[in-house]
Every structure is written in structure tokens, then in C-alpha cells.
Design a protein around this ligand. Structure first.
Ligand SMILES: Nc1ncnc2c1ncn2[C@@H]1O[C@H](COP(=O)(O)OP(=O)(O)OP(=O)(O)O)[C@@H](O)[C@H]1O
Ligand SMILES: [Mg+2]
Length: 311
């Protein structure tokens, strides 16, 4: 059964003609029903919410208070531009199809997944993939850098995270939580006061993730998943590991790069094995640039002139 506070809030909001608030109460009720295993009731409420026209679906502007904490990148990559290993590609394609067929999934009384965790070494496309998924789903992409938020808004962080999620409650979007480990890491190594603050942040995050309706998608990213609170990891219903490319993938990438640009450069890329995708891309661009200016040895992919005894 819907909670009496939510029902009262909904009635009050309608009385005040505050449709954004009313929609929020409706959304919370859906999440509560679903969380309690009453899928039939959740679907019924959800269908009622869907009758709200487009004019009601974009009721809330990005509030001023959270504008400075979120950014909305102008350019997003296409999914086809990102090289993914077979299993990860299948999972991403499956997720996109699932998001496009939400009503049949709900009809089958299954939950529609909306929380992805991306992990893996730096430079392997976590941020790029999150943006590309948003692009593919045709939803606005909001990036929230948790490391930045935690350091600049300490003390107010959990409240701010709550506000950001509240926005996602009401507006179909992809919310990207970058550097999710900033929370777990600092919790483990903080002082007494900060441990309390971080516990509060983790709790807010957990509650927000639990209550988030499946109309919004949350993608978290971390280079250090071992530092994450296990309860947070569990909240993500699709977990993808983006690894450094294999030797074969590097070879394929370099070959495709040369074919696409109708150029040919040094294919001795053993030095690239064990490096992330970002380095492979840089290597190709560097070779390409050297070909154009007719000069080799101008490196951009590492330190120039660094002594060999330096780590
Ligand atoms: N799988 C990939 N396929 C093609 N290009 C890639 C891939 N991964 C990364 N790149 C290239 O490397 C750049 C850096 O990737 P990105 O910033 O998405 O990595 P990241 O995993 O988010 O790194 P970090 O952990 O440092 O935030 C991208 O702009 C893209 O051009
Ligand atoms: Mg990133």
C-alpha cells in the first residue's frame, strides 16, 4: 500500500497545482510499490504517470543550486565509435534495447534496469561510454564529479546529492556519477568527523539509488571498484569492466585507423601492449601527424626528455 505521507503529499501538491511535486510523489509511490514486490500496483501507478503530457515531463529547470555541480557536455560520442570487447558490447546493446522496450518488460512484471557501474583502468572509455549510452537513448547527459563535489561542498554534500537525484526523479535523463570511489576511499581514510559525513553521503546515495524511478538512468564510474562500499556496488544492476585492449584489438584498431585515413605508418606497436585505449588513440594520432609534417619522433604520448632512471 502507498504510504499515507505520499498520498497526503500528492493530494496537497494537486491542490497547490504544483504538478512537479505531484509527479514526484507519484514517482516515489511507484518506487515504493516496486521495492515492496508489488509489481502490479507499480505498473498501474506508472501507467497513470505516463498519461502526463510532455508539458509536464520537463517541469523543472536544472535548479541554480545544483547547476554549478553538474555539467552537460556539448558533444557526445556515438556508440559505434567505442571499441568494446564482445561481452561488454553485448551487454551494452542489450541494455539499450531494454530501455527502448520498457513497456513490454514491465508487462512481463520484470524490473527495467537503470543503473550501470563502469569500472576499469583509466583511459578505457568509461566517461565516453556513459555519454554514448545517453546519446543512444536520446536523453540529456548530466555529469556529476563526486570527487569535486565532496571536496568543495563538504558538509553539504549529502544534501546536494539528494537535490541532484530529486532532479533526476522528475526529468528523464542520464545521471553520470564520475569518480564514485571518492566516497568509499575517503570514508576508509577519513578522520572521525569526515567518517560521519561520508557515512551520511553513502546513505543518501543508497536511498537515492533505491528510490530512483526507472525513467532515469544512473551510470557510475570508478577506477578503483575495490574501494567502493559493497552496498553501493550492489545497487547497480549492470556492472561492466572496461579493460585495456588486447594485442589483437590494438592491431585491429591501428589497421582500421590507417584504412579510414588512407595512410600507412609504423605497425610495430608492441610498446602499446598493456596500455589503455586512450594511449592507442594518441599513438595513431601522433603517427598520423608525423606523416603529415614529414617528421618523426615528435612524441606526445609520454614525457619528452625524461631520464631513464625516473619512475
Ligand atoms: N574503448 C575505446 N574505444 C575507442 N576509444 C577509446 C576507448 N576508450 C577510450 N578511448 C579514447 O580515450 C579517451 C579517454 O577515454 P575516457 O575519458 O572515456 O576514459 P575513462 O575510462 O573515463 O578514463 P578515466 O578513468 O581517466 O576517467 C576517449 O576520449 C576516447 O577518445
Ligand atoms: Mg572518465
Amino acid at each position: 500500500m502507498a504510504k499515507i505521507d505520499d498520498v497526503a503529499g500528492l493530494i496537497r501538491a494537486i491542490g497547490e497545482r504544483d504538478y512537479a511535486k505531484a509527479k514526484r510523489y507519484g514517482t516515489v509511490m511507484v518506487a515504493n510499490e516496486r521495492g515492496a514486490g508489488r509489481e502490479k500496483a507499480a505498473i498501474q501507478l506508472e501507467r497513470s504517470l505516463q498519461t502526463w503530457g510532455a508539458e509536464n515531463s520537463k517541469l523543472v529547470e536544472l535548479p541554480q543550486a545544483i547547476k554549478s555541480m553538474i555539467y552537460n557536455p556539448d558533444k557526445l560520442n556515438d556508440l559505434s565509435e567505442i571499441w568494446l570487447s564482445g561481452d561488454v558490447k553485448n551487454a551494452v546493446d542489450g541494455f539499450v534495447i531494454e530501455r527502448q522496450k520498457t513497456s513490454v518488460i514491465r508487462d512481463a512484471r520484470l524490473a527495467v534496469r537503470n543503473r550501470i557501474l563502469l569500472a576499469g583502468p583509466p583511459g578505457n572509455g568509461k566517461t565516453t561510454l556513459a555519454g554514448a549510452i545517453s546519446n543512444e537513448l536520446n536523453l540529456p547527459f548530466y555529469v556529476l564529479n563526486l570527487a569535486e563535489i565532496v571536496s568543495s561542498y563538504m558538509g553539504k554534500t549529502s544534501g546536494n546529492i539528494g537535490k541532484i537525484f530529486e532532479y533526476a526523479f522528475l526529468n528523464q535523463c542520464v545521471l553520470f556519477l564520475d569518480e564514485l570511489d571518492a566516497i568509499g576511499k575517503s570514508r576508509a581514510s577519513g578522520t572521525d568527523g569526515s567518517i560521519r559525513e561520508y557515512s551520511l553521503i553513502v546513505n543518501t546515495l543508497l536511498t537515492s539509488l533505491d528510490r530512483l524511478p526507472d525513467t532515469a538512468v544512473v551510470i557510475g564510474a570508478t577506477n578503483l571498484p575495490d574501494l567502493l562500499d559493497p552496498a553501493i556496488i550492489r545497487r547497480f544492476n549492470l556492472r561492466l569492466w572496461l579493460d585495456n585492449p588486447s594485442a589483437t584489438e590494438i592491431e585491429n584498431y591501428v589497421t582500421v585507423y590507417m584504412d579510414t585515413h588512407s595512410i600507412c605508418f609504423n605497425r610495430d606497436f608492441k610498446q602499446l601492449i598493456g596500455q589503455p585505449w586512450s594511449k592507442i588513440e594518441e599513438y595513431c594520432i601522433e603517427q598520423h601527424r608525423n606523416l603529415i609534417i614529414g617528421k618523426s619522433g615528435i612524441g606526445t604520448t609520454g614525457w619528452i626528455g625524461k631520464p631513464s632512471n625516473q619512475p
